[in-house]
Write a new protein. Sequence first.
Length: 186
Amino acid sequence: MERISWNQYFMAQSHLLALRSTCTRLTVGATIVRDNRMIAGGYNGSIAGGVHCIDEGCYVIDNHCVRTIHAEMNAILQCAKFGVATTGAEIYVTHFPCLQCCKAIIQAGIKTVYFAQDYKNHPYGIELFEQAGVALQKVETNEMKLELHHQEKKQFLEKIFQELEKDHGKQAEVEKLKREAEQLFS
Ligand SMILES: [Zn+2]
Ligand SMILES: [Zn+2]
């Protein structure tokens, strides 16, 4: 049995959170982690109780939606709300943080930023991270091995092979396909 890594696990959590986003411009998720424990999570959306961009449309000024609070900010503010320390923590974000969030991350004492995908990676943000000694690491999406219905797929393939084997003229081809399938499922 293959275990997913901590990086894959926490990034998967951020991808799940992104599905809760209420802004139509970009769906972002962020998870704050300390000692391999999730301490907070956020997605981009309006203030609690506010109208949602998905219902009312974005409130755009200078090409930015001003209604939303970014995922990273929401996760940090959740820590503030409940009095959870962020010093030395790590953050997993689906997109490279904007400049404002870069500064908030630094100021909250977060020491590592894992991101799944580049997003306008602001050079000043990168410079500030370097100055503050914040490590940046990209978690490639091909590292995300989240497979659903593994057993069902395997059984379905076995059924197909059983049917194919009834055609005795194709034995060699079937054996080759079986080996390929084995590699895929190992
Ligand atoms: Zn919006
Ligand atoms: Zn931001």
